[in-house]
Write a protein that binds this ligand. Structure first.
Ligand code: HEC
Ligand code: HEC
Ligand code: HEC
Ligand code: HEC
Length: 175
């Protein structure tokens, strides 16, 4: 009996150890909030000329304007070699799933807080599988200040509805 308990204990320990050691990704994230159909970008960009000039986009992406984000422009973040990737300042290509690395280059403190689950939103268990919302789930990279949601109206105090029951018109008619 004791032998069996020991065995179970070691198996559990092994599973825990295994899961933590061989976790495939350090910061698992949901799929990036890209507009459906826009990816792969290369469907269109394969044959398009690169245009690094700052301008108002007219033929596509008309909704994208860089606002409240300093002196940034498209190829500071997007990779001119492969539009399906983002680009770090050192030229390294990263996937859209790893966009937090891009943001962290300039917002290092926030990235550190994000990794610890202080900034942003982390779900899952403390010692198990976690999932992190990407920065871009909450901040538009092209206009990043967080836009607060419109607050719901305040709830009605239960007292007010309990003390003065509204007489239902239909009920009155039927008597
Ligand atoms: C349906 C076709 C289409 C798709 C899909 C598309 N683009 Fe574009 N993109 C364009 C066109 C056309 C322009 C040129 C717009 C202009 O100059 O007014 C453009 C311009 C751009 C530019 C400006 C720089 C340049 O070289 O003109 C960037 C950056 C860009 N796209 C990024 C992306 C990214 C990132 C994706 C995927 C997430 C994407 N695009 C998906 C058609 C597309
Ligand atoms: C500060 C970095 C940064 C700059 C500057 C920037 N982008 Fe982006 N862009 C991103 C990131 C990060 C994403 C991915 C968002 C996501 O994962 O949903 C993105 C997404 C996109 C998409 C996909 C949008 C969608 O609807 O899903 C397009 C198109 C795009 N960028 C075009 C541009 C163009 C054009 C410019 C220049 C006018 C530009 N970007 C400038 C970081 C940047
Ligand atoms: C190259 C540096 C750089 C990169 C990369 C960058 N940012 Fe920024 N970010 C800035 C600067 C500079 C400002 C301040 C701009 C201003 O105040 O006009 C800023 C402002 C912001 C703000 C608003 C801060 C406030 O006080 O309201 C947010 C949010 C933000 N960035 C998020 C992001 C996200 C998300 C990404 C990745 C997609 C990102 N940034 C990538 C430099 C950067
Ligand atoms: C779950 C949503 C969420 C996620 C994910 C998130 N943020 Fe934020 N962020 C916020 C909110 C809310 C604020 C506060 C805005 C305010 O106070 O007006 C904020 C504020 C900021 C600010 C300005 C204030 C400051 O602390 O400097 C920056 C910069 C910023 N976030 C960057 C990032 C970056 C970079 C990431 C990813 C590593 C990220 N955020 C992930 C929601 C989020």
């Amino acid at each position: 009996m004791l032998q069996k308990t020991k065995l179970v204990f070691f198996i559990l320990l092994f599973i825990l150890f295994y899961k933590n050691t061989f976790a495939t990704k350090e910061y698992p994230v949901p799929y990036p909030p890209l507009t459906p159909g826009i990816f792969p970008c290369m469907n269109c960009h394969e044959g398009l000329e690169k245009n690094k000039k700052k301008r108002t986009l007219k033929e596509m992406h008309q909704d994208i304007k860089i606002e409240n984000h300093g002196d940034r422009w498209c190829y500071d973040c997007h990779d001119e070699r492969n539009m399906d990737r983002l680009k770090l300042a050192n030229g390294e290509q990263i996937k859209f799933e790893d966009s937090f690395l891009l943001c962290g280059q300039c917002h290092g403190n926030v990235l550190n807080d994000w990794k610890k689950g202080i900034h942003g939103k982390r779900t899952g268990s403390w010692n198990g599988v976690k999932q992190y919302l990407l920065c871009v789930h909450c901040h538009n990279p092209h206009n990043p200040p967080f836009k607060p949601l419109k607050p719901e109206p305040a709830p009605i105090k239960p007292g007010a509805t309990l003390l003065k029951p509204k007489i239902d018109n239909n009920e009155k008619k039927s008597h």
